[in-house]
Design a protein around this ligand. Structure first.
Ligand SMILES: [Ca+2]
Ligand SMILES: [Ca+2]
Ligand SMILES: [Ca+2]
Ligand SMILES: [Ca+2]
Length: 306
C-alpha cells in the first residue's frame, strides 16, 4: 500500500472515532441517553363511560383499562404501599364513603361508611392505616383509621377550618395537609398523631394538594400564586419553592413516580382535563390521556414490578 494512501486511511479512521466520541459526549451531557422509559402503573379517574370510575394505565399512557363498574361514583384512588390494593372514595346517592379493593378491581368492600361525608384518603407507608377527611363532627377534620381494628383517631381539631387533602411522609412520621385556618388555603405538616403542627406555605393565594416525594426530601403542591393553578415543589421545611408547570389551564393532582424522577398530574390545558407526566424539573411534558371527558386524580403505583 502506498504510504500516502495508508496515512489518509488511518486519518479517516481517527476522524470517525473523534466524531463518534463527540456524539456520545453530547448525548450524555444533554441527558438524552439517561432518559428512562415511563415505567409502572397509574390509577386515575374518568367519567368517559358515564360516571366517575377508576381506571388503570401503563405510565406511558398505553393499555387504559377500567377497574370499577356501576352507577356509583368511584373517585380519588390511593395505593397500598405494596401496590396490591387501592383505597378510594365511593358515592352512592349523595354520600361519600371510603372503600377498598384489590388492584384488579375485585374484593370491593367498605372501609369507612357513615352518614357523614368521608373523603380524601391516603394509605400509610406501613400499610396498616388510612388517613382521610370527614365532616362527621361538623366541619372537615383529618382522621386516621386502623384498617385491621377499625380504631379511629382524630388528628385535627380546628372547628372553623377546612382540613383535608392529606399526604404521608414516606417514613410514616408526618402528614402534610391543606387547611384554611389562617384565612386562606395553606399547606401544613404535623406528626402522624396530630401533634407538632407547622405551617409550610405562607402566601395570600390558595396553596393546596401536598404530595410527599418518595425520598422524603420534597413536597409537590398546587398554588394559584402566579394567576392560576400550577404545580410547584418545595423542601419539606417550606423553603426553596420551584414552579414546575406554566400553562393557562388548571394544573393539579401531582403524584410522584416511585423513583422520584417524574410527576404525573391532571391539567385542562387542552380544553378538558387529562393526565400528563413531566420530569421533576418540569421538563419533557408528555400527555397520557386524550379522551374528551374528564380524566383526573392520577395516583402512581408505588412499586413498578407487576
Ligand atoms: Ca377542621
Ligand atoms: Ca396560601
Ligand atoms: Ca396552569
Ligand atoms: Ca380528557
Amino acid at each position: 500500500m502506498p504510504l500516502r494512501r495508508c496515512i489518509s486511511s488511518s486519518s479517516w479512521s481517527v476522524l470517525v472515532l473523534i466524531l463518534v466520541f463527540t456524539g456520545l459526549a453530547i448525548a450524555f451531557s444533554s441527558g438524552w441517553v439517561a432518559e428512562e422509559p415511563l415505567a409502572g402503573t397509574i390509577a386515575f379517574v374518568s367519567d368517559r363511560d358515564g360516571n366517575k370510575e377508576i381506571y388503570l394505565m401503563n405510565a406511558d399512557g398505553s393499555d387504559q383499562r377500567r377497574l370499577t363498574h356501576g352507577p356509583a361514583s368511584d373517585d380519588s384512588p390511593s395505593w397500598s404501599p405494596d401496590g396490591a390494593e387501592i383505597v378510594f372514595m365511593y358515592r352512592e346517592r349523595f354520600n361519600w364513603d371510603l372503600w377498598l379493593m384489590s388492584a384488579d378491581g375485585t374484593n370491593r368492600r367498605p372501609l369507612v361508611a357513615t352518614p357523614a361525608g368521608d373523603w380524601e384518603c391516603a394509605w400509610s407507608p406501613d400499610g396498616e392505616r388510612v388517613v382521610f377527611s370527614s365532616n362527621r363532627d361538623g366541619d372537615s377534620e383529618l382522621y386516621v383509621i386502623d384498617i385491621e381494628s377499625g380504631a379511629l383517631t382524630q388528628l385535627t381539631h380546628d372547628t372553623f377550618a377546612f382540613d383535608g387533602l392529606p399526604s404521608w411522609s414516606p417514613d410514616g412520621e408526618r402528614i402534610a395537609f391543606t387547611s384554611d385556618r389562617s384565612s386562606n388555603w395553606e399547606i401544613y405538616v404535623m406528626r402522624a398523631d396530630g401533634s407538632d403542627l407547622r405551617q409550610l406555605t405562607d402566601h395570600s393565594s390558595a396553596d393546596f394538594f401536598p404530595a410527599w416525594s418518595p425520598d422524603g426530601r420534597a413536597i409537590a403542591f398546587v398554588s394559584e400564586r402566579d394567576g392560576n393553578e400550577e404545580i410547584y415543589v418545595m423542601d419539606t421545611d417550606g423553603g426553596n419553592v420551584r414552579r414546575l408547570t406554566n400553562s393557562e389551564g388548571k394544573d393539579w393532582w401531582p403524584t410522584w413516580s416511585p423513583d422520584g424522577a417524574r410527576i404525573a398530574f391532571a391539567s385542562d390545558r387542552s380544553g378538558n382535563e387529562d393526565i400528563y407526566v413531566m420530569n421533576v424539573d418540569g421538563s419533557n411534558v408528555v400527555r397520557l390521556t386524550t379522551n374528551e371527558s374528564t380524566d383526573t386524580s392520577p395516583a402512581w403505583r408505588p412499586v413498578t414490578e407487576p
